[in-house]
Design a protein around this ligand. Structure first.
Ligand code: 6MZ
Length: 368
């Protein structure tokens, strides 16, 4: 059926919800190269050594974490953090992402006077400086301290005021100590009124230990902060079982689950953040056809398509929807339903969910 054909333009038009995107994995290559030039001028790095590393197309999971160490060196200071946060929101909005939960690991760097709090404040300043789209960041109730910017822009389909809801998740890096992880959780709780909405556990899955971070995750539960865990990105049966038993609000990846863990997951209805290209490009999954997405989708298990690291993998959320359509033969109606279903899994409050529903209802009318 000709009119049923899903193409990239349609996937871009589709309103989308992004729930698994790492800030430092969402940096434009052009920005990374500019930041590298600045450090080259200061004799901190040699630009030519870095350029080809930044532009490399495919990376194994191990290489990704080496790359993150380089990225963290390039985007070290508050100014760079503000810039990458601003650009990340602009880039997601340009893909018609209408709700973004951006996650980032608060970093401490005494040599430049950076604390975990000042790092998060720089991210927030970056988000608030976005000008290409109206950003609803701090919950817009009567207690809102700062006015929300309203900048009407014309999108390619119809004139309207484009808007993106943005919330922050603070990530605990698996390399961190219990004390450092606890500091992040306390900070998230203190910054609840500033757009921070939950906690993520991420980092190199071959490093670190579940029991080191567990006290911090238990504290997050006590503080009623929603939690999402990177779960089963590499085979680790004991950890996967412990994570499922912990019963977080969402998990990311869920690649290396075995039969009994699939059963536990499916009976728990824990929503899964699916990162198709990330899993294929890092060779955690051999091909798109082999991806566990389709098994979960057919089982009607709660899931949401996400990018993970759109900068690192040179991808977009629109493209992930397109790949899902092409690989698994999904129709426009099915993609729309899947995108809309994600409202259920966002960590934001009822008011935001209602507003998102309205946007999807409106786009649904334009489907036929
Ligand atoms: C696990 C990942 C990841 O926090 O500095 N991160 N953790 N698996 C992945 N799959 C590829 N991709 C990114 O963003 C970068 C950090 O996010 C985590 C890693 O801890 C990485 O250092 P932020 O903004």
């Amino acid at each position: 059926m000709e009119e049923e054909r899903v193409d990239m333009e349609w996937c871009r038009w589709l309103p989308k919800i992004e729930l698994h995107a790492h800030l430092n994995g969402s940096i434009r290559d052009s920005t990374l190269l500019e930041l590298a030039k600045i450090l080259d001028d200061k004799n901190v790095i040699v630009f030519s050594d870095v350029e080809h590393v930044v532009l490399k197309a495919d990376r194994s999971l191990r290489e990704c974490f080496t790359m993150f160490d380089l990225i963290h060196l390039l985007a070290t200071d508050h100014k760079a953090i503000r810039r990458i946060a601003k650009e990340a929101v602009e880039d997601f909005a340009a893909e018609n992402v209408i709700y973004l939960e951006l996650r980032t690991t608060p970093k401490k760097n005494d040599s430049i006077g950076m604390t975990k709090r000042s790092y998060v404040e720089a991210v927030i300043a970056g988000i608030e400086s976005v000008e290409t789209v109206k950003v609803e960041f701090i919950p817009s109730d009567e207690n809102t301290k700062k006015p929300i910017k309203t900048i009407p822009i014309i999108d390619s389909y119809e004139p309207k005021t484009k808007k993106i809801y943005v919330r922050l998740l603070l990530s605990i890096d698996r390399r961190e100590t219990t004390a450092a992880a606890l500091e992040t959780v306390e900070l998230a709780s203190e910054m609840k009124d500033s757009g921070v909405i939950g906690i993520d556990l991420s980092g190199n899955p071959r490093i670190g230990d579940w029991f080191t971070v567990l006290p911090a995750l238990n504290r997050a539960k006590e503080l009623e902060l929603p939690i999402t865990l990177h779960c089963g990105e590499v085979p680790n049966k004991k950890e996967i079982q412990a994570m499922l038993e912990f019963c977080p609000q969402r998990i990311g990846h869920a690649v290396f689950l075995e039969d009994d863990e699939w059963k536990t997951l499916k009976s728990s209805y824990i929503p899964v953040e699916i990162c198709l290209s990330s899993n294929v490009k890092t060779r955690c999954v051999p091909s798109y056809d082999d991806h566990h997405f389709i098994d979960l989708y057919n089982a009607k298990h709660p899931l949401v398509l996400c990018t993970d690291d759109p900068g690192m993998f040179s991808i977009s959320l629109s493209r992930e929807y397109y790949i899902a359509a092409k690989t698994f033969g999904l129709t426009k109606a099915q993609l729309h339903e899947m995108a809309m279903e994600a409202i259920t899994y966002v960590f934001a409050d009822h008011k935001v969910k209602k507003a998102l529903e309205e946007i999807f209802k409106d786009s649904e009318r334009k489907l036929t």
